[in-house]
Design a protein around this ligand. Sequence first.
Ligand SMILES: *[C@@H]1O[C@H](CO)[C@@H](O)[C@H](O)[C@H]1NC(C)=O
Ligand SMILES: *[C@@H]1O[C@H](CO)[C@@H](O)[C@H](O)[C@H]1NC(C)=O
Ligand SMILES: *[C@@H]1O[C@H](CO)[C@@H](O)[C@H](O)[C@H]1NC(C)=O
Ligand SMILES: *[C@@H]1O[C@H](CO)[C@@H](O)[C@H](O)[C@H]1NC(C)=O
Ligand SMILES: *[C@@H]1O[C@H](CO)[C@@H](O)[C@H](O)[C@H]1NC(C)=O
Ligand SMILES: *[C@@H]1O[C@H](CO)[C@@H](O)[C@H](O)[C@H]1NC(C)=O
Length: 655
Amino acid sequence: MASIIDVRSLPADFCQLVSSTMGYLLNRTLFCLTTFFATITTFQYVQPVAAQQYLLGLVYIGDITGPVVETNMMGYASLSQTDTGLHMIQRTRAFLIADANNPSNRVLFLNLDTAMGDSGIRRGILAALQQQFPGVYSERNVAVVGTHQHSGVGGYLENVLPQLTSLGFVNQTYQAIVTGSVIAVTKAHANLAAGTIFVGNAIVLNANINRSPSAYLANPAAERAHYQFDQDKDMTLLRFNDASGNARVFLCFFAVHGTSLYNNNTLISGDNKCMAAYLAEAAAEPNSMPGATSFVAGFSQSNVGDTRSSYVFTLANGLTIHTSPPAMGFSFAAGTTNGPGAFDFIQSDNSSTPQNPFWELVKGAFTPAPLPEHVACQDPKPILLNIGYANTPYPWTPSVVHIQMLRIGQFVILVVPGEFTTMAGRCIREAMHAKLIADGVIGSNAYVVIAGPANTYLHYVTTREEYGVERYEGASTIFGQFTLEAYVDIYSKLTGFIADNVSRTPPQSAAPLPDLTKNAISLQTGVIFDTEPLFKKFGDVLSDVKSTYSAGQTVSAQFVGADPRNNLRLEGTFLAVQQLANGQWKTVRSDSHPSTTFEWIRVSTILATSTVTLNWTIESGTPSGTYHIQYFGDSKPVTGSIISFMGTSGNFTVT
Ligand SMILES: *[C@@H]1O[C@H](CO)[C@@H](O)[C@H](O)[C@H]1NC(C)=O
Ligand SMILES: *[C@@H]1O[C@H](CO)[C@@H](O)[C@H](O)[C@H]1NC(C)=O
Ligand SMILES: *[C@@H]1O[C@H](CO)[C@@H](O)[C@H](O)[C@H]1NC(C)=O
Ligand SMILES: *[C@@H]1O[C@H](CO)[C@@H](O)[C@H](O)[C@H]1NC(C)=O
Ligand SMILES: *[C@@H]1O[C@H](CO)[C@@H](O)[C@H](O)[C@H]1NC(C)=O
Ligand SMILES: *[C@@H]1O[C@H](CO)[C@@H](O)[C@H](O)[C@H]1NC(C)=O
């Protein structure tokens, strides 16, 4: 069984492989990824979480990849970023922790390879779980946390604002995320076993940078002087051991934007945290398919704090906070250094703007004139989108802030619905650390981390000084300049609910948000039908492989294709690289290996013909032998139901 992963066990040319497959990946990420591994071997500090036995769900991955073509991607909110295929599967990893003495007392932390959590996604997951496991999982003990990757399938959020570039709601994406997440939980639930948890931390250098340094510098010098770095470099890692003491799982918290792939990439991928998880799992079990390893690694968006114990955990969540009604500022439309021009079309004139029919439909509702007190509340932000008052055709942004605090022994996770800047994150983490100790809830070893964007998406949270600078982050701090103070205040009031000595009457939750998915507008057209070109069949090879390859080269084959939206093949694959061994074909790569890509191109809209190109960049160390590559597709006839087919390339030799 795998134990802690050592950076030295990673294939030496891994970075090279990744950059040759995905030319857009930055060195920064590769450095970041290898640093992730380096860190795991160099804990500065490891302590058991409350020195007690837990029940841990030790198997738990679900495929949540929505339609990989003809759908807007989520993260950059760029109208032109429509997906054309697949680099790596998006997954949900379900981390389930129960108190061994009272297993109904449990925490379910869902880490999704998505840009953010969403109130509709969370509602869908909870509804399915309530049906399957009545009374076990509820909004109180389930956190739905996005890794904040920027290269996944879009259209799943239920409010109008994030739907602007996906031309409304994309039900197929939503369903994939909910279904795959529930599969992950079902596996975790069925595999609860005794284990222990350890927490460790380290400082990780050169893995992240501050993209709004001018805003950071607006924080008081005395406050900045407390920190060595202008970016949070602390990484926290929870290690789950099984009853025999073997490391089976880890869950890592680290603050780095999931933007290693740019908005010119159109292949669906999980970005840097998904890649890190793949690397860790594959290093532990090189012969297992991605998503099928028994060792599981999760990388969540966040940071640290640290210190000593008490024991069981409780949860608290679901409060309404009243701050300024939400509004977006002008810098929001201008984007960031990672994704220039996100939502640009909103402020451009018609001549320079690509037509967005969804925007044309909803812009009538756009931003009733702000009231004077609202302007004052948002000051100094000039209001571009007065989203807090926009409710037509349905609410532009959630009106209730779902916040949540999960406690596992001395370890506390602040589950936040937005993106905290470095300083804002440090502020709330330290304030809560001090408060938990001062209130006697946890001893001096209290350890606080932040995880988000989770549950609902409410954009950014800056410090008041950063807000004044109004770069992208400030302009996107939609509840006004006192947003951070409001969060600190509301979390502080919750500490009593996670104390050991209180009866667990949870705080009063706000009324649930209305389900917007049922009546959501969707302007994305479905697949009409697929046809084969004359004298060809679906899956026929159009351009075949060469006869011989060596490591570092790319095998490529093109097939007569059909629209992959016909069947998402969740938990399955669109491609297989197979090796001939003892007269049998054995699958050695799938569509979620970073070395493979699946690309779909519509050849003729009128004739409904298309092609699929499968690539495999051969990793060094790949055994020599005979291989072929297979395409799994599904076509939609003009009448009748969807038909599955398969295509196989010629044989080739890897030398
Ligand atoms: C994508 O954008 C990045 C950053 O601007 C650039 O370095 C890269 O070459 C671009 N890739 C493609 C394929 O255009
Ligand atoms: C944009 O087009 C709409 C109608 O298509 C028109 O009413 C509006 O005046 C145009 N705006 C600009 C700035 O040209
Ligand atoms: C719980 O313990 C804390 C710290 O010891 C104490 O301040 C608080 O009053 C206790 N609460 C109850 C309900 O006993
Ligand atoms: C979304 O898809 C599911 C499953 O196919 C279906 O039951 C539901 O009615 C659809 N919802 C909408 C709004 O189309
Ligand atoms: C697949 O490989 C072919 C041939 O090397 C190349 O032209 C194409 O750009 C590759 N596709 C992707 C998505 O990398
Ligand atoms: C590939 O090799 C297998 C096993 O030797 C053989 O059965 C098959 O006919 C070969 N395929 C092609 C297209 O030559």
